[in-house]
Every structure is written in structure tokens, then in C-alpha cells.
Write a protein that binds this ligand. Structure first.
Ligand SMILES: *[C@@H]1O[C@H](CO)[C@@H](O)[C@H](O)[C@H]1NC(C)=O
Ligand SMILES: *[C@@H]1O[C@H](CO)[C@@H](O)[C@H](O)[C@H]1NC(C)=O
Ligand SMILES: *[C@@H]1O[C@H](CO)[C@@H](O)[C@H](O)[C@H]1NC(C)=O
Ligand SMILES: *[C@@H]1O[C@H](CO)[C@@H](O)[C@H](O)[C@H]1NC(C)=O
Ligand SMILES: *[C@@H]1O[C@H](CO)[C@@H](O)[C@H](O)[C@H]1NC(C)=O
Ligand SMILES: *[C@@H]1O[C@H](CO)[C@@H](O)[C@H](O)[C@H]1NC(C)=O
Length: 486
């Protein structure tokens, strides 16, 4: 049994060592096949395997002939299909042989290349070399085809033996055929050779950009509490070969710190245009006094550059939160009344403030034009327990409201201390146009959807919509009372 297995193994081994290649050719074209291994000091003999006849060198009028490393068919004929061997004779009388099989495909109108492709795929950046052309001295490419259609256009640069596609894309994938003319002793022959091209978009780095935190940010903490510092950076288009986002504490990478209070966790994701993001969260299990003196630096590195953002910690000012929710909505700059404003100024305060006893902070009502807007918004948000965001098409498309939305989300996400409530006032669809962090929240907790039918009884405290909103609001004496009572 063992011997039997051994013999099979041996014979397999021997045949594998004699590389076998297949050549697909069109009828009536020139074909040159090449012995895979060769050096100028060895003699090569070619055989037709089926007849065991040696194929001689060229004579007057011969159609098939050998010449050192090469076997010529000028031109091919259907009956040439079959197996051929090249035998290499080394100087110590040892030989080595290689089998090659040739398939000649009958010429058919409208078929420009055989279905089996014999040449290796070109997977790359846009250069497609005409296969086998080097076997033919004095050959001239007359036409390139893609999927059998003549190739034209400014995106193709044609050189002697290859074409170059400018910025290859997915649509450029396909079968590329070069057709060339070979002249032998005054006779001209057509040759065509095809290979598959698969584009490979290059991952390109962008200057690394830390989206949050902002440099020099001061984060409020409580001693003994836990803290998660999240750093998010964009590093380029597609997965990057060098992509690092880490935290240093006083210039020492967290992984080299020997206290177990610090832990780092990293994940990466691709954005809408295949932008490559990496996000690293530094978890501090227990804030100590010395942390208030430390510099926490997020470092983002790709093959192009590196960038940093440093934040420090300070003790939380001893105020309580004074608002239950800060409301973000698209602001109207026309004089026309719109439903969202009616909702924000009338319906919402009536339900949440008058009926449930919450205190809201509404821009335009509680923040006045003239106050330093940025500071005022930030302060009010810090004093709010919840962040209510009204999702409408205007909010998504408006650049201006992006500002308070941005800092609000920033605080909510980085400090993890404000809960976000998303009210979908208009059907947003697939959320694709939302900014990354909003989509993240939608994915995590969904939205509360305002339905057209609510407009009939918008003030109904017991509607599903308001019940859901109140469920996400902090508890107040009155709200818990009325929730129980209602
Ligand atoms: C060529 O050799 C293969 C095995 O290597 C065989 O299957 C095939 O039938 C041969 N072709 C011809 C035309 O003899
Ligand atoms: C090779 O074979 C030839 C004749 O068959 C012989 O004369 C010669 O000595 C051999 N060379 C070696 C290196 O064995
Ligand atoms: C070449 O590409 C084709 C089409 O994508 C694929 O089927 C084939 O396996 C590839 N061949 C090699 C050798 O990669
Ligand atoms: C090479 O090709 C050109 C035309 O393409 C022809 O004029 C010339 O004679 C050829 N040279 C040889 C050595 O065949
Ligand atoms: C080469 O092919 C073209 C069409 O593709 C044909 O018009 C021409 O006659 C062919 N030339 C030879 C020498 O077979
Ligand atoms: C933190 O950074 C500031 C500003 O770069 C620097 O003045 C200070 O010495 C740093 N603190 C420590 C502990 O490295």
C-alpha cells in the first residue's frame, strides 16, 4: 500500500516538472511558441508528439519550422492542433523536455479572439502589454480592441508594444486584444493576442486630518470617573499601507505606559467616497489628579505625513445641568412661516415644557442674536442633558446649521455625556447624505419619525411620537407623574 502511494506521488512529481502550456491561436494567423527554458549554450529539438517526428529548421516553402527556442507556424492551420515537445540537450548529455499543446480555432466572422485566454491577466495601473509580440521580430501593432471593439479615445496612450490607460477604472476591465502584422521574407501575417485587464485603483494618501478632537481642547472631567477620549482621523482614499492613529500621554505612547488605567482601542472604516478613516479611543478607567496636568495627544500618521491634536483635562465646573434638552433645527431665513418653526416654537414647548415640565434651550428664543453665538451655543449645550436634532432635508443640505450640529455632536460623541434624540420630521430616505457621525447615531438607535397624521392632533400627549420622545428624555417629577397618569 505504501509503495503504491509512493509510486503515484513520484510519477506526479515527474510530470509536474515538465511544465505544460497551452496556446490558443486563430486559424490563418502567424503563431510562434517558445520553449519555457533555454540558454544559448544548449541545443533544442522540437517534436510533434502525436507523430513523434522532429520538426526541422526552415526550408524553402516550409510552413511549420523550428529555430532554436522557437517553433513557427506561418500561418496556422486547423490540423496543427495537437501536442508539441521541446527537448533541451544539456552538455552532460542530460535532457529535459516540456510539453505544449496548441489549439487552432477556426476563423469565425465577428469573433475576434478565442474564448480561452492563454496570456496571464494584467492586474494593474493601466499599462497593458501586447502578449507574445516579443517573439516576432519586426512586428507592428495596427489596432487594439477592447471586448472586440476598436479602441479609441484620448485616455489611451499607444506605444510600440503596449497601451497605457489613463486613470483606469472598473469600466476599463475587460478583454484587450492587440492585432499586429508580422512580415517574414516579404509575406505579411496577421497576429492577434488577447489578455484580461483588471483595473486596480491605487490607494492614495491624503494629508492626515484629525476630525476630532480639536487641538487645545479642554475636556471637563470628574476625579474617579471613567473617561473615553475618541480620536478620529481621515488618512486617504482606500485602505492605506501606513495608517496609525494613537494616543500619547505626555509624549509617551499609551502602549508603553505601565499603568493599567489606560487602554486603547482602534477600528477603521471607509466613508462614502472610499475615504479611509481610523478611530482610536483611549479609555481611562479612573481619572486621577495627575491627569489634570497631563497632555493627551492624538497622533495620526500615513505614508505622506503626520499630524497631532492635544487635549487637556480640567475639573468639571460645579454647575448642574439647567436645560433638559438643546434643540437643533434648520433655521429659516425667509419670512415665510414653515411647519418646522411652528413645531419648534409652538408644539414642542407646549408638550415638553408646559405639559411635561421640561426646560428646553431653543436658538432664537433662548439664545439671542448679538450674543457671541459660538460661545453661547457651546455653553448652553454643556448645560443640556439631551440633544434633540430635527432631521429635515433643509438641515442636511444647509451649511450654516452644520456649525452647531457639529459642535453638539462633537461633545456628545467625544465626551459621551449627552444623549442624542433624532426626530425625523421629513422622510430622509437612506440617510446617505447625513454626515458620518449622524449616520452612526441613526445606525445605533434609529430615529423617531413624525408622521403626517400627527399634524391633525399635533398636541396629543399620548401620540406614539410624543411617548417615544418622552421615553428618551431625562426623568422629571412632573413627566414621570404625567407619564404614569397618562
Ligand atoms: C495532448 O496531451 C493531452 C495530455 O497531456 C491529451 O489529453 C490530449 O488529448 C493531447 N492532444 C492531442 C491532440 O493529442
Ligand atoms: C555524451 O554522449 C556522447 C555520445 O553519445 C559521448 O561521446 C560523450 O562522451 C557523452 N558526454 C558525456 C559528458 O557523458
Ligand atoms: C483572470 O481573470 C479572470 C476574470 O476575472 C479570472 O476568471 C481568472 O481566474 C484570472 N486568471 C488568473 C490567472 O488570475
Ligand atoms: C520590417 O518591416 C518593415 C515594414 O513594416 C519592412 O519594410 C522591412 O523590410 C521589415 N524588415 C525585415 C527585416 O523584415
Ligand atoms: C489581416 O486582417 C485584416 C482584418 O482584420 C484583413 O483585412 C487583412 O487582409 C488580414 N491580412 C492578412 C495578411 O491576412
Ligand atoms: C503640555 O503641553 C504644553 C504646551 O505644549 C507644555 O507647555 C507643557 O509643558 C506640556 N506638559 C507636559 C507635562 O508635558
Amino acid at each position: 500500500m505504501m509503495v503504491y502511494v509512493h509510486l503515484i506521488f513520484l510519477s506526479t512529481f515527474v510530470s509536474v516538472s515538465m511544465t505544460s502550456e497551452t496556446f490558443e491561436a486563430m486559424e490563418g494567423e502567424a503563431l510562434v511558441i517558445k520553449c519555457p527554458r533555454w540558454s544559448s549554450s544548449v541545443k533544442v529539438t522540437w517534436y510533434h508528439m502525436d507523430t513523434s517526428k522532429i520538426i526541422p529548421a526552415e526550408e524553402e516553402g516550409s510552413r511549420i519550422f523550428s529555430s532554436k527556442r522557437f517553433l513557427w507556424f506561418l500561418p496556422t492551420s486547423r490540423e496543427d492542433s495537437g501536442n508539441y515537445t521541446c527537448v533541451i540537450h544539456f552538455s552532460n548529455n542530460r535532457t529535459k523536455s516540456f510539453d505544449m499543446s496548441v489549439h487552432v480555432h477556426p476563423y469565425k466572422e465577428g469573433i475576434c479572439f478565442p474564448s480561452q485566454i492563454r496570456y496571464p491577466n494584467d492586474t494593474g495601473r493601466g499599462k497593458i502589454v501586447c502578449p507574445t509580440i516579443d517573439n516576432y521580430k519586426n512586428a507592428t501593432i495596427i489596432q487594439w480592441y477592447k471586448d472586440c471593439k476598436p479602441l479609441q479615445g484620448e485616455r489611451y496612450f499607444k506605444a510600440e508594444k503596449y497601451i497605457f490607460i489613463n486613470n483606469p477604472r472598473k469600466e476599463d476591465d475587460g478583454y484587450y486584444t492587440c492585432q499586429f502584422i508580422y512580415t517574414h521574407k516579404g509575406n505579411m501575417f496577421n497576429v492577434s493576442a488577447t489578455r484580461i485587464f483588471i483595473s486596480k485603483e491605487k490607494p492614495s494618501p491624503l494629508p492626515p486630518q484629525i476630525l476630532f478632537p480639536k487641538d487645545k481642547d479642554v475636556i471637563e472631567v470628574e476625579l474617579g470617573a471613567t473617561l473615553s477620549l475618541k480620536c478620529q482621523a481621515r488618512l486617504g482614499i482606500k485602505k492605506q499601507p501606513i495608517a496609525v492613529v494613537t494616543w500619547d500621554v505626555d509624549n509617551v505612547p499609551v502602549k508603553y505606559l505601565d499603568f493599567s488605567r489606560f487602554h486603547e482601542k482602534t477600528n477603521s472604516f471607509e466613508g462614502r467616497e472610499q475615504e479611509y478613516y481610523r478611530e482610536t479611543t483611549l479609555h481611562i478607567t479612573e481619572i486621577k489628579k495627575e491627569d489634570l496636568q497631563a497632555n493627551f495627544t492624538c497622533v495620526a500618521v500615513n505614508e505622506m505625513h503626520n499630524t497631532k491634536a492635544t487635549v487637556t483635562l480640567q475639573l468639571k465646573a460645579p454647575y448642574g445641568k439647567i436645560y433638559d434638552a438643546y434643540v437643533i433645527y434648520p433655521r429659516n431665513h425667509t419670512n415665510e412661516a414653515n411647519f418646522v418653526e411652528y413645531f419648534v416654537y409652538q408644539i414642542m414647548p407646549d408638550i415638553l415644557e408646559n405639559k411635561c415640565g421640561y426646560k428646553l434651550c431653543i436658538h432664537g428664543r433662548d439664545i439671542y442674536p448679538g450674543e457671541d453665538t459660538a460661545t453661547a451655543i457651546e455653553k448652553r449645550m454643556q448645560k443640556s442633558r439631551r440633544l434633540i436634532i430635527l432631521l429635515t432635508h433643509q438641515l442636511i443640505n444647509c451649511k450654516e446649521s452644520a456649525y452647531d450640529q457639529h459642535i453638539a455632536l462633537y461633545n456628545a460623541l467625544i465626551q459621551n455625556d449627552t444623549k442624542v434624540i433624532l426626530l425625523e420630521m421629513e422622510t430622509i430616505g437612506n440617510y446617505e447624505k447625513l454626515q458620518e457621525s449622524l449616520r452612526f447615531i441613526v445606525k445605533q438607535q434609529g430615529t423617531i419619525k413624525w408622521k403626517e397624521q400627527h399634524t391633525v392632533h399635533p398636541q396629543s400627549l399620548n401620540s406614539k411620537f410624543w411617548k417615544q420622545v418622552r421615553y428618551h428624555m431625562p426623568l422629571t417629577l412632573k413627566s414621570s407623574y404625567s407619564a404614569n397618569a397618562g
